[in-house]
Design a protein around this ligand. Structure first.
Ligand code: PAF
Length: 261
């Protein structure tokens, strides 16, 4: 596996590659969810490239950016074991030669739900994803459904800007208790992880959005939103100092309810 941090070097390598390229953009601190994206990319493409870049412009709290765990060595070991051929890990300066004066924004859904509680997050995310997609020149790029609004926005950008890449949606990977895997889960202790799984369980329940919110409050979460959109129920809630997000499709809610009755 080749680890490349220099943009020019990456561009030369990219020009030399023959065959289809699958691309998995990440911010590192990888877990089984990222692993599943890489495994799928490996099965569907000749070459797999992943990126590790903790993108400062999508963090709306500077402390969240600083606290984000950097685990490059462990990440590279995992990526190599998954058959990833190239890891691209550029510097902040190289990714933002314009000082973030050029930005990509969406004006309809980027202000809702996550966008309402994390102002600027989606503009930072779309801007970096466009940069990464332009550098990767991939045939397919893989995104998890865990960040469902992100996935919708990336698909929308790819269609609106005629990007020559297929955006592939991959199902959320969950722990045995139903908790959606996330790099942030590392900040939860064992008891909190058990409690955090209640978010997924409540999103899958028959309760109304408002009732789910109330239940979350009773359990000690600080919910930001619970909403039904895009054929899914989505929710975000704080558990102590950790912000959790999750979403479930209706079909999963119905299957869960059928299993219970
Ligand atoms: O989902 C993430 O990890 C990030 O938002 C992404 C897509 C790598 C962009 O920084």
């Amino acid at each position: 596996m080749n680890i490349v941090s220099d943009i020019q070097q990456w561009r030369e390598i990219r020009r030399s590659l023959k065959g289809s390229v699958g691309f998995v953009p990440t911010m590192g601190h990888l877990h089984e969810g990222h692993a599943s994206l890489c495994t799928r990319a490996d099965a569907e493409n000749d070459i797999v490239a992943a990126s590790i870049f903790v993108n400062p412009t999508q963090f709306n709290q500077p402390s969240d950016f600083e606290q984000y765990q950097r685990t490059l060595e462990a990440d590279c070991r995992l990526l190599e074991s998954l058959g990833v051929d190239y890891v691209f890990c550029p510097s902040k300066e190289d990714m933002y030669p314009d000082g973030y004066e050029v930005q990509v924004s969406e004006t309809k859904i980027a202000g809702e739900l996550e966008g309402e509680f994390r102002p600027g997050h989606f503009t930072g995310m779309l801007t970096v994803v466009l940069k990464l997609l332009n550098l990767a020149q991939a045939d397919r790029a893989y995104f998890g459904e865990k960040d469902f609004q992100q996935l919708l926005l990336v698909k929308k950008m790819a269609a609106a800007l005629f990007l020559p890449v297929e955006i592939v949606a991959c199902a959320t990977v969950r722990a045995e208790n139903g908790l959606a895997l996330s790099s942030r889960n590392a900040r939860l202790d064992a008891g909190q992880r058990r409690k955090a799984a209640e978010l997924a369980q409540l999103l899958m329940s028959d309760l109304s959005d408002d009732e789910v919110k109330k239940q979350l409050e009773l359990l000690g979460f600080r919910p930001e939103y619970v909403a039904t959109r895009w054929g899914r129920r989505l929710g975000a809630a704080w558990l102590d100092k950790v912000r959790l997000i999750d979403n479930v499709p209706f079909v999963e809610r119905n299957q869960k309810n059928a299993a219970v009755s």
